[in-house]
Design a protein around this ligand. Structure first.
Ligand code: HEC
Length: 253
């Protein structure tokens, strides 16, 4: 091999090698760009889902107010229905109007009246249905109706170790103050923001919705959460959402 051919072949190999490396790099780059586009689309979708859920949960203020009015009206009605019988020997019952004109016995044979009485006295005003109503109006927008959560929006409540933990204080604080920063739920790390609900829910409503969630999704063994826990936590000002690190410092008996 002459010296010139030798140099030429080295150059050629260099160029070809360079070209090969260039092409390989280019295709790696293309696939990275493609992956990035997919990731970005997913991220945008998750952000859109989250925005929609946030708007839905926040827009339910009016419905919450209606729910409060309904249960208030039911409570008043229930009190009225307990109105005393005209005399000791009249059958247990109540006056249907304030003028004491029509007296209705609880044992009325009328099936429609009986079913109406059952509806007023039981069912729709109890803690469980109130808990369900609050859950559906606020929490389900993000945590989903079945409590299974949704990627990019909110972690699951179903079988969540946070929902099952014995003391209710961590849960109460999450709802009162919101939650921010990384949190582990069932082995997966989430890092989104849950807004605070202290201005939208009373202490009693917080206890009711949390007890409902526990009854539904794996916290059945835990003692019921009392409104007093929420009232006490509300006293502390907490300008920023809670973090899981902060919450884990609260010991669970
Ligand atoms: C706007 C969406 C949104 C709404 C509405 C919402 N949450 Fe959350 N929630 C989240 C997000 C997001 C997290 C995780 C926050 C993080 O990553 O730090 C979370 C975390 C939690 C956790 C702890 C983690 C787990 O999954 O067990 C509980 C408990 C919880 N939320 C309960 C509730 C309850 C109860 C309500 C209704 C009163 C509610 N949330 C309403 C978005 C929401």
């Amino acid at each position: 091999m002459s010296r010139t051919t030798f140099i030429a072949s080295i150059l050629c190999a260099g160029v070809l090698g360079g070209l090969g490396a260039y092409l390989a790099r280019q295709s790696a780059l293309d696939s990275l760009v493609a992956q990035n586009t997919v990731l970005q689309q997913r991220l945008q979708q998750a952000q859109a889902d989250r925005q929609a859920a946030l708007a839905k949960a926040a827009g339910n203020d009016l419905e919450m107010e209606n729910l409060r009015q309904d249960s208030l009206a039911l409570a008043v009605l229930r009190e009225q229905l307990k109105t005393n019988a005209p005399s000791l020997d009249s059958p247990p019952g109540f006056f249907t109007d304030s003028n004491h004109l029509v007296y209705l016995s609880y044992t009325t044979p009328d099936p429609v009246l009986r079913s109406f009485l059952r509806w007023v006295m039981g069912g729709s005003g109890d803690a469980k249905s109130k808990g369900r109503a609050i859950f559906q109006k606020i929490c389900a927008a993000c945590h989903q109706q079945d409590g299974a959560g949704k990627d990019g929006v909110a972690p699951p409540l179903a079988d969540s170790e946070w929902v099952q933990a014995a003391s209710g204080e961590r849960l109460v604080r999450i709802v009162l103050n919101g939650l921010n920063g990384p949190i582990q739920v069932r082995g997966k790390t989430w890092n989104i923001v849950m807004p605070p609900w202290r201005d939208n829910l009373s202490d009693e409503e917080i206890a009711i919705v949390l007890n409902y969630i526990r009854a539904q999704w794996g916290g059945q063994g835990a003692a019921p959460i009392k409104p007093e826990v929420a009232a006490a936590a509300r006293q502390e000002s907490h300008p920023k959402p809670e973090t899981s690190e902060e919450l884990l410092r609260i010991s669970v008996p």
